[in-house]
Design a protein. Sequence first.
Length: 447
Amino acid sequence: MVKERYHFIAIGGIGMSGLAKYLLQEGFEVSGSDIIDSKYIAELKKLGAKVFIGHDENNLPENCVVVASSAIKEDNPEIQKAKRLNLPILHRSDVLKTLSERSKCFIGYAGTHGKTTTSGLSAYVTDKAGLEPSYVVGGIIPDIHTNANYKSDKYFIAELDESDGTVIKYNPDILVINNLEADHLDFYKNGLESLVETFNKLISRFNSNQKVLINNDCEGNLKLNGHDFITYGLNNADYVAKNIVLKPTGSSFDVYYKNNLLTTINIKLLGKHNVINALAVFASLCEAGVDIEKVKEHFSTFTGMGRRFQLVGEIGGAVIYDDYAHHPTEIKATLSALAEFPDKNVIAVFQPHRYTRLQSLWDDFKKSFDGVSKVIVTDVFAASEPPIDGISGENFAKELNNAEYVAGSISDVAKALYPSLRENDVVVGLGAGTITDLGKYLLNLDK
């Protein structure tokens, strides 16, 4: 970092706000802009950031480093002014890369699914154990109530985003690859093949001292090559979870390393996929040389990242959850965890995220709702994409069993759903967009 002032375009996003918060804690001057106000922006203002609502060239200081993500277009007025002034323009991944290079041990969590939960859990247990990790993750960590923190240079823990290919910039001492599946098909034109190629390019730069941990149960991971991998999973791996017990209140499992019992881990997280997530964190911290006895007890107090099967509230015996799942595999994993709730009537409210994703994974999405009593499908959350002819929530709902399409805003969806709620209903909002507001609207209707 050569400048002392940073200006973030779209500062209110979960990833950008984390980087901005980290820099503010380190004493840098930070400003930024976004199209809407948010709780993340409010927190940044408390730390001293100057934030503008709306994008305007007058927001930009004349002497600063500009930080943007792949979502910011060339015609953004602040980008245009930065170019006229010849200001340095960094991608958010460049900032994260620079921050990571200061640490003695950089642990990065990557993959199509689970990277927010694994990075958040890793930051949580090491923080609670007093190891003073620094971290930037893609969600709010429970109890700690933040997505980023600068504490020391001993450990740096980060979620590494693969969506735009910038994951190849990082150089972690320990890399965890949870899984690789076809996603972000607007960028990875050849699907899984392109994604694997990107990760192989990343790994090819690693030296023998850098460790790569992969979930050995994921077919996509098995296509990786060029490194001596450390494996984890439910069988045939270096680190194996055995004697798994799944309950409505959480899970427990024994950890074996090369057939030797190490310990038993208890977690509050539901579902077998979270057993694998917890195993990934345990294995990575072992490989980082962390004293496992110091962190082990804290696995059992982690309640899950914000928007990851997050309990929102209850209405007359009906329970409302919010989940970020927006890929078929994520949806299946979330809904499978509800199998631990016997005699419940599960209502999945699905907001498709991006037209391109719905189009590319249409048939996979159709197979994601098995065992659900009812599916409500909303309009597509476009995420700035233009519509695609024939690709809509309405058309998707027509091809599902026990499905209903509800048009309009999420507030409209809540109004349509609320009158039918009954005791023993479990409502799960699924998606990466405005579906997160479903619980809030339902609870307001109950007042």
